[in-house]
Design a protein. Structure first.
Length: 225
């Protein structure tokens, strides 16, 4: 069993959500501008000829209209920038195709006597950490007592041998991580290894399609290989 510190994957904001929010804000500003102009024209048409709207009031209302127009223009500009950022993130993520990643999951595969890499993520530093690999029937195949570990994600490896030193059969196994610090349970998750087969712009940002048939958000990746 080997352990190495993981390089955290860059997080991405929800580009599509931001675009939708800015578009809604732009529509709202446009509607407000139209309503303001309608009310202003109506006010001018229906003012008392003996007591017309004074210059100070007119200037104040025109300034308000100018502010509304400025907000609308700003929202439109921001909307365009966010759209461009989303496209840029997708192009950058395309460079990950063919690379390995660690994402949340507890499956471990043995093929041809070789086990795939995997990992774990700890929410805090621990003084006792145990990783257990079990078969499909729930029987323990291999146990690793890793002792004290630092917080964060870490890469692990399995030589494919069981606790008796014999080669484990090819197939899919389950990984579980138990960790404590000062007798208190520390949240711990297993991480799966997979390769990126393609990338796509989803409704919540950039998504990675993996060779194990699953899809994950770029922000969920804990380490790249």
């Amino acid at each position: 069993m080997t352990i190495s510190s993981a390089t955290a994957a860059p997080s991405t904001s929800s580009t599509s959500s931001a675009t939708a929010a800015l578009a809604a804000a732009s529509d709202s500003a446009a509607q407000l501008n139209t309503q303001f102009l309608t009310l202003l024209v109506s006010q001018l048409n229906n003012q008392d000829p003996l007591q017309p709207l004074d210059n100070a009031q007119m200037t104040s209302q025109m300034a308000q209209m100018s502010t509304v127009s400025g907000i609308q223009t700003l929202n439109t500009t921001l909307n365009s920038l966010v759209s461009q950022t989303g496209s840029s993130q997708t192009l950058q993520a395309a460079s990950l195709i063919g690379k390995g990643v660690l994402v949340s999951g507890n499956a471990e595969t043995v093929s041809g006597g070789a086990a795939s890499p995997f990992g774990m993520q700890l929410s805090a530093a621990t003084d006792k950490t145990t990783v257990t690999i079990s078969d499909s029937a729930g029987n323990t195949v291999r146990t690793f007592n890793l002792g004290a570990q630092s917080a964060g994600s870490q890469t692990l490896s399995w030589d494919g041998l069981n606790n008796s030193g014999q080669q484990a059969a090819d197939g899919t196994y389950q990984i579980s991580v138990a960790a404590t610090s000062g007798g208190q349970t520390v949240a711990a998750n297993a991480l799966n290894y997979a390769q990126v087969s393609s990338v796509a712009q989803g409704t919540t940002g950039v998504n990675l399609n993996l060779n194990n048939g699953s899809t994950t958000a770029l922000s969920n990746v804990q380490q790249f290989f």
